[in-house]
Structures are given as structure tokens and as C-alpha cells.
Design a protein around this ligand. Structure first.
Ligand code: BES
Ligand code: ZN
Ligand code: ZN
Length: 485
């Protein structure tokens, strides 16, 4: 269970507390006895970073953080410190826990809470828990004592809530989550947050002639869906909407060009982009961010079958372009291309797509950066980059020169869905760009969207990559619009 976050105006004597310290000094608010204080200071001076004091009714944890050259580095240190303490906190089996800070930066208590909440997530709905694990638990309430404002707390609560259900969606296997059930999950989330969700069924997708999505779906026993999410508050500040597109491949076998060896591992998470878009909408709607945004989620599984699309097929896309299928495993760009082409009808200011698109992106940056390619105005990229550092979901840009577009030329159709072995992440991006009539930011989360092991609070399997990045980006963009008014 995700703990609640509550702002408090005092610390009671019997409450367990975590205090983040910027200096080797202990504030009086912690009400430690003289001997406890002396002990703690001695530990801190001997370079102990975490000190904890067990009193009769409560535990007091002191976390000493170092000074950092940048704000973003300091914030990440605090989140990581929180994740490092999760076992210690669990062992104490507390019902609630106060988080406070002393002589550190503004926002440290929220960052600590965020790091802790994101670290204690677990996907255990299919596990029959053994008794040992049931004996202790994490606190169900985090009480923030300090300078955190109501709006910041609200944002943190909704953002972490969104990360939790995005992770749930990604971690759900395909035998429990197909395209149709993904759409109904998105509808549920839309209802709870107050954004609109339209689900186009196979008939509508056929009528729209979305040849990419239909081709990928041909081998499936389940129909495809195309979800349209919309958040349009009365007082939105942008005339032209911002469009988010998320790859919703609920399982990627590769299709007839089937994935061999262990390459199918984790392919239930090939809808991480779709889940992330949904999570961004949840956060933005819950916080009433004054932007008009539209989300497009094409979804299906990709598998072989009697009627599956084949290498060599030529398909006609939503925008009437023809595509030679060079590989059925390059399915993501086919469904995204239809969505990006569909986006034109809204005359958007900006299109951002997010997708577990290429092994090449994962090979290039490992799990440390989201691969970004773009033809959009640099002012957006600067902001996105900055948000990436702040939330530690960093983007790394790949070149997007025209020459890379040459690699996906086809002799028999307008374009081919694969280039050669070279520059695989870039040619995938170039393919998408051909369908975009408006500025595009392409985010490839193949490296960050599914993790083999925990990386601090970024938990293994689906960590929810790109959600904190995009939600923060849009919030900041709204603030920029406001300034311009
Ligand atoms: N979903 C995969 C990309 C992927 C690979 C995501 C590993 C996460 C981890 C995508 O649909 C795919 O199979 N891409 C192929 C493209 C190739 C056939 C041109 C790839 O990258 O190997
Ligand atoms: Zn694939
Ligand atoms: Zn895929």
C-alpha cells in the first residue's frame, strides 16, 4: 500500500521521526535527551551518514546529507538516501513516520518522501504472502513537518500515485492485460482523475484506415484499440494542444520475425509508453494544470498467427503513405506512425511520443538515459533537459540529421520500417518523423522502461520511466505560459 502524505504542524513526543541533516547539528524539535544527542553527534562526527536512536516509544533516524554542487544532485542524493533506508524503516514496523529536515535545501522532505514511497512499491497481487513478510510493514502515513506547501504535497501525492499504477500496468502480464483491458484501465483512471477518454474499437480503426495498427494486430486473437485522452480545463493557456503519444504493445513476440533466445523477456512491458502517458494525464488533471493536452494510445499485441502480417508486406498507413515491412518486430513505429499522423487533425503545438522502441537505444545509453530525438524548438528541449536533471530522468539527444532518413528508403514503397543494423534508434525516430506534420519530440525508453534490477528507488521491471519527467515538464511549461501572459 502506498503511504498517505500529510502535512503536520508539530511533532508529538512519541512520534518516530526521520530528520535530514545538512550539518552536524541536531535540532531541538527532535526532543532528544542530552545523552542521545551526544551519542548522535559523535556518530555523525565519525562520518556515520545514518544514525538511529531507539527510544522507548519511538525511533529517531538522522540522515546526514553532503553538500552538492547542484540542486538536482542534492535532490537525487536525498531520494537515494531514502531508498537506502527502506529495510531499516520496515524492520521498525511503524504505523506512521514524521519526515523533517534541518539546515538543508527547501524541498528536501518532499524528495525524501518521494524516494521512500517509490522504493517501497511492490507488485505482489499474485503472491500468497508468507507469514514472515506479513509481520512487519512500512508506515502507512508519512507526516511532513517543515516548509512543504499544500500544492507541493498534492503534486507529490498524485505523482507517486501515478507512478504506482503505471508500474502496476507495466508489470501486469499479457494474460491479464490485453489491449482491450488496457483501454478499460485507462478509462477507469480517466474517470478517477477527471480527464476524458474515448476508446476507438476495431471498426473505427478500420474506418480511419490505420493500416499500421491493423497490420500489427493481424496475428492477434484480440482486437486493437485506439485511446484518445483529453484534458482541457476551462482556463487552459495554450491555444494549440500538446499531444502525447504512447506505444501500447501489450506484448511483443516480434511477430513472424519472432524474438529468439531470451529477447522476449520483459516484453509484457512494451506498453510502458502508453502507461506513462496515462500517468502523466492523471497527475496533470488531478493538479488542475491549465494546459490543453491530448493523449493518443494505439494498442495491440504483436504475435505470429495464421493471419499475421509478414516480412515483405506492403501496408497503407493512416496518412496514405505506403510502408514496406522489413521486419515485423519493428511494430512499435507502425502503430505510433498512425497515431502521429492522426495527431495532425488537432494542429498541435508539439507532439511528444514515448515508447520502448529500439534495442539500439538501450545499447547506446544503457538504463541511465532516455534517448531523445527531435525537430522541435530548442526552448522545449532546454526545459525538458532541465526537468530531466531535477527528477533524475535524464534525456540524452541523438542526432536527427536528414542523412539518417536515407537509410529507410524502400525500392517498392514510400518507406521501409527498418534501416540496417546501423543507427537503429535514429532510423526508428526518422520513420516517425515522416508521419509528423507538427514539431516532434521522440523519447525512446527501451533502456529505462524495463529494468533487470532495482536502481535505488527506480524499481526493477517497470519503474515508470518518463512519467515524472513529462509531468514536471508540462507543469513547468504551464508556468512559463502564465509568465508570458
Ligand atoms: N519492443 C522492442 C524494442 C525493445 C527491445 C524494447 C528491448 C525494450 C528492450 C521493439 O519493438 C523491437 O523489437 N525493436 C527491434 C527493431 C528491429 C527489428 C529493427 C529491435 O530494436 O531489435
Ligand atoms: Zn518489436
Ligand atoms: Zn516492441
Amino acid at each position: 500500500m502506498k503511504p498517505k502524505i500529510i502535512k503536520v504542524s508539530k511533532i508529538s513526543p512519541d512520534q518516530s521521526v526521520i530528520c535530514i541533516l545538512g550539518k552536524d547539528e541536531i535540532p531541538d524539535t527532535l526532543r532528544l535527551s542530552k545523552t542521545e544527542k551526544a551519542y548522535a553527534l559523535k556518530q555523525l562526527k565519525s562520518k556515520e551518514e545514518i544514525v538511529f536512536i531507539n527510544s522507548y516509544f519511538k525511533v529517531t533516524y538522522l540522515v546526514r546529507v553532503k553538500e552538492n554542487a547542484t540542486v538536482s544532485k542534492a535532490k537525487e542524493d536525498v531520494r537515494r538516501a531514502a531508498s537506502g533506508m527502506k529495510k531499516l524503516i520496515k524492520a521498525n514496523n511503524l504505523t506512521d513516520l514524521v519526515i523533517t529536515s534541518s539546515q538543508t535545501y527547501k524541498g528536501a522532505i518532499e524528495d525524501f518522501a518521494e524516494g521512500l514511497i517509490l522504493s517501497i512499491y511492490s507488485f505482489d497481487k499474485y503472491r500468497t504472502k508468507d507469514e514472515d513478510e506479513k509481520k512487519t510493514d512500512y508506515p502507512s502515513c508519512l507526516l511532513l513537518f517543515g516548509d512543504a506547501g499544500e500544492a507541493e504535497i498534492r503534486w507529490l501525492a498524485d505523482l507517486t500515485e501515478a507512478v504506482y499504477f503505471v508500474r502496476d500496468l507495466i508489470n501486469e502480464p499479457v494474460n491479464h492485460l490485453n489491449a482491450v483491458t488496457l483501454a478499460s484501465e485507462i478509462q477507469k483512471i480517466g474517470k478517477s482523475a477527471g480527464f476524458k477518454v474515448d476508446v476507438l474499437n476495431k471498426g473505427k480503426i478500420e474506418a480511419l484506415k490505420m493500416g499500421g495498427l491493423l497490420a500489427v494486430n493481424k496475428g492477434s486473437i484480440d482486437p486493437p484499440v485506439f485511446c484518445i485522452l483529453e484534458w482541457k480545463p476551462e482556463k487552459h493557456l495554450n491555444k494549440q494542444p500538446i499531444i502525447l503519444v504512447g506505444k501500447g504493445i501489450v506484448y511483443d513476440t516480434g511477430g513472424l520475425n519472432i524474438k529468439t533466445g531470451d529477447y522476449m523477456n520483459n516484453m509484457k512491458g512494451d506498453m510502458a509508453g502508453a502507461a506513462t502517458v496515462t500517468g502523466v494525464f492523471y497527475t496533470i488533471a488531478k493538479n488542475n494544470i491549465p494546459l490543453h493536452i491530448i493523449g493518443l494510445v494505439p494498442a495491440t499485441d504483436n504475435r505470429p498467427g495464421g493471419n499475421a502480417y509478414a516480412q515483405g508486406d506492403i501496408i497503407k498507413m493512416h496518412n496514405k503513405m505506403t510502408v514496406e515491412v522489413g521486419n515485423t518486430d519493428a511494430e512499435g513505429r507502425l502503430i505510433l506512425a498512425d497515431a502521429i499522423s492522426y495527431a495532425s487533425r488537432y494542429e498541435p503545438k508539439l507532439i511528444i511520443d514515448i515508447a520502448t522502441l529500439t534495442g539500439s537505444a538501450a545499447l547506446t545509453f544503457g538504463n541511465q538515459a532516455i534517448a531523445m530525438m527531435t525537430n522541435a524548438d530548442r526552448k522545449y528541449i532546454k526545459l525538458l533537459e532541465e526537468c530531466g536533471y531535477l527528477v533524475h530522468e535524464r534525456i540524452a539527444e541523438l542526432p536527427f540529421w536528414d542523412e539518417y532518413g536515407e537509410l529507410i528508403k524502400s525500392d517498392i514503397a514510400d518507406v521501409k520500417n527498418v534501416g540496417g543494423r546501423e543507427a537503429g534508434a535514429i532510423t526508428a525516430g526518422k520513420f516517425l518523423e515522416k508521419f509528423a506534420k507538427f514539431p516532434l519530440i521522440h523519447l525512446d525508453i527501451a533502456g529505462t522502461g524495463m529494468l533487470a534490477k532495482d536502481d535505488f528507488y527506480r524499481l526493477k521491471d517497470g519503474p515508470g520511466s518518463g512519467l515524472r519527467l513529462l509531468a514536471t515538464f508540462l507543469k513547468r511549461l504551464a508556468a512559463d505560459y502564465k509568465k508570458m501572459k
